[in-house]
Unconditional design. Structure first.
Length: 176
């Protein structure tokens, strides 16, 4: 016999989140914001860019800015392994929609989660900026931090990404 709580979860709309790993921490983003997942190709660096800007890549003739997500979150720079990949996401900052690539240690899985099971983010002893965290998803013994992507990337980030798009042409990228 199912409990009332299990029956309520069955009737509740499920949300989908892509989970990934940065060091030993687990994060997730709304699947609706994910465009695609890529292997890491050659990356063209951008001189005088912020530490978290890993560079740009040529994505089917378009310049795609890359963010080192670990550096953005105050961790050591990403160390490339066979599991390292790029999650191409769409963000909105001050009404502007932009596609960017975020480097992650490993993509894990797509989670189907009832909205009611997302817990509020912690308010004390936070390792990361609380405005970056939309909530927490409990997964067995671990917690997965649900990111608020529109807060993670600021208007300053968007300006750097636009500059990268303007200064690096597709031709320059294919030459390298």
């Amino acid at each position: 016999m199912r409990s009332i709580e299990e029956q309520e979860h069955e009737n509740e709309a499920m949300e989908s989140y892509l989970s990934f790993k940065l060091d030993d921490e687990f994060f997730a983003v709304d699947v609706k914001k994910v465009i695609e997942i890529l292997e890491v190709p050659g990356i063209t660096s951008i001189p005088l860019s912020p530490d978290y800007m890993a560079g740009v890549i040529n994505l089917r003739g378009k310049v795609l800015p890359l963010i080192d997500t670990k550096v953005k979150f105050g961790l050591d720079p990403i160390e490339f392994t066979v599991d390292t990949c790029i999650v191409v996401i769409e963000i909105e900052v001050e009404g502007e929609v932009l596609q960017i690539g975020t480097l992650v240690d490993a993509v894990l899985e797509v989670l189907e989660v009832p909205q009611s099971s997302i817990q509020p983010s912690p308010s004390i002893e936070a390792k990361y900026r609380l405005d970056f965290i939309r909530g927490m998803i409990r997964r067995e013994e671990d917690f997965i931090m649900l990111l608020n992507l529109d807060e993670v990337f600021s208007i300053q980030d968007v300006m750097y990404m636009q500059e990268a798009n303007e200064t690096m042409s597709s031709e320059e990228l294919t030459e390298k």
